[in-house]
Design a protein around this ligand. Sequence first.
Ligand code: 2HA
Ligand code: ZN
Length: 271
Amino acid sequence: MKNIFEAKFLTDFTSTLANMYRLGWDERNGGNLSVMLEEEEVKEYLDINNVLRTIPMGFYAPSLVGKIFIVTGTGKYFKNAQGDPETNVGIFKVAKDGETAELLWGYKDGGKFTSELPAHLMSHIERLKVNPNNRVIMHTHPINILSMTFVHSLDEREFTRTLWRTITECMVVFPDGVGVLPWMICGTNEIGIATAEKMQKFRVVVWAHHGLYGAGNDLDEAFGLIETVEKAAEIYLKIKPFEIQSWITDPQLKEIAKRFDVTYPEGWVED
Ligand code: 2HA
Ligand code: ZN
């Protein structure tokens, strides 16, 4: 068996957490991350039939039976994950009953997965329906996008259009737009269901006054997507106090979409 501390799926996971922490996105135990792993890659490092303990998930996910996930631990700090992954991160398989996690590695101090597991796994389920290559769900508290939810309409068409119109690359990176949820209690199945429903259409779902969820085929893609949304929000907040002399216009948005061959939701760019 190879040394799991050298597994790329683990080192990429913890270095991503470190980057998120350094950007100021994940204070204290803020944020959580989950990646669906391939059984073949995990088998090189772990006996996938050796279950350390079982943990009830609190909801039923039949379509994920047998799937293996690496997930941040509840109450754990992103800043500590690289130094001590075995305490701060866990790897589990969804048991045959579809509602129990079979721990294969990690959560060494007796801990368990993030309180946001429902939102993560429900989002995985919905993203996989529209994109079988999706592997990553990332939840974080970026400063600017969070701030924007206090001063901007939460209408998702308007919210998206503001972001698109601040940086040319936004239309290319998230032509599907961003979903927005009003303030809700976090850590519940209800916010999980609401987030997953938005994930049918969007790869980014903003949680007002809390943060956002992002999805991607790999860690770089999910991270890059959130980084771009966050930067657009930063530009918006920087320019908002001033009289704006020029925005990216609707005809320009159309030109970008045409040039980069991307499609946006109908009616979200004006004629
Ligand atoms: O796990 O970010 O939404 C900490 C959180 C909860
Ligand atoms: Zn959060």
